[in-house]
Design a protein around this ligand. Sequence first.
Ligand code: FAD
Length: 472
Amino acid sequence: MTTPQEMLIGEARARFGDKAVVTETADIEPWLTDWRGRWHGSSAAILQPQSTQEASLIVAKAAELGVALVPQGGNTSMVGGATPPEDGSALILSLRRMNRIREIDQGTMRAVTEAGVVLQALHEAAADEGLRFPLTLGAKGSATIGGLISTNAGGTQVLKFGTMRGLVDGLEAVLPDGTVHDGLSGLKKDNRGYSLDQLMIGAEGTLGIVTAARLKLFPAVSSRAVAWLGVDSPQAALNILRNLQQATDRIEGFEILPQESLEAVLGHVSGARAPLSGNFPWQVLVEATVEDPDDEPPAELLARLLAPLIERGEIADATISSSEAQAEAFWRIRDSLSEAERATFGPATQHDISVPVDAMPRFMEQAAAEVSRALPGVHASGFGHLGDGNIHFHVRAGTRGGPDWLQTEGPIVSRLVNDLVTAAGGSISAEHGIGQMKRDELQRLAPERVKAMRAIKSALDPQGLMNPGKLV
Ligand SMILES: Cc1cc2nc3c(=O)[nH]c(=O)nc-3n(C[C@H](O)[C@H](O)[C@H](O)COP(=O)(O)OP(=O)(O)OC[C@H]3O[C@@H](n4cnc5c(N)ncnc54)[C@H](O)[C@@H]3O)c2cc1C
């Protein structure tokens, strides 16, 4: 007997051709596992529509047949969000063939792109028009606009531009019954009740398929400079940020890392050099940009604003990039951090967490102390987007564990960290989403929130066919 999945696969092939359906095991295989190799799924096919109409027909047919779908973009999720269930109960719906930039409008400074456009391709297309899409992150060569919207991605420029939620000016989506929501008309004002656009952002594919988006663009940057600072504590770093923000709106990036993380990068990444000659407990990267070439150059701006802080002893030492290559080298240190830490210190339990910005310095110190007290021998530290109140809090086995430490004590550590975050009024997912990795913890720590989300989910997706097993 033909199964519902086989019927859907057959129908998609018959209507949209061989390119719309992948059934070769070897071709499906790379898309069944997340990029870090933590979750493994199974799926009989990848369906790949090339247009919104094709996506709509596939979803409508899937609803009719009761076939579950896992939306997928670049598969760079940090939380197993795009990995299908292990039991083969869902088909993958890949948006990668929907990769057209439909429009870049210099007048309105908006781009309309399809969901499968890779972030870097949008960066390049905007730059060709003298414009810029500011959101950027380490996975920009693979992550797609649909995935970035569905995870409400953050990245390194959130300080000035906000997360994806603030950069979307409308979107087009296929709802779980196959109907198309068209929010691309560019209305500045629209109060027809609930915002379906905003509902889809951060929904992790559980409410439907994002097929296209209208995105905000900004004038291209004419130059940038990156300062590297040595400071005594996260609180000192935050004071510096507050000083800078009071004086200028040109600070885009503000990242913190401990000395040991810098040393891990220096030992692991060939050609990496310490920006400063001394050792400092904490290191800070600050990026300033200007759009108008007649404005004060960013290196001079940073030098002018940082000088009094150095004089007052609030910054122990500082250097400012003197070329684009040096600015890039400083960012490379930051971007290599996770990989270098893993190679140097072994695997860590990783927590992408946020607390109110002003509470973060205290949280970083207290959480590290608390985790070490509860599990003597482990090593805990945080790095990342201090200016957003978002750090990546990593706990390593230290003297405690062998190769299976992650499996044995990892869940205990994560529970402890998540409790501390919740007690501090924070979020257990600042920018990576919930996926399957944090689903049970979200349920444990925020049952009312999950209850409300489930009510929305069951209203829009009563059969539970959209990305089953994720988020709710
Ligand atoms: C090296 C590296 C660095 C990273 N740095 C950051 C960072 O700084 N900040 C940050 O926020 N994230 C970061 N990430 C995480 C990742 O890039 C984001 O989660 C990204 O938004 C996922 O995009 P994607 O196209 O790969 O989506 P996928 O991984 O394919 O999917 C992610 C989720 O979105 C859903 N989805 C995908 N496409 C659609 C669609 N069209 N419609 C509906 N649902 C969809 C999936 O079902 C899944 O739940 C990083 C990842 C890597 C590998």
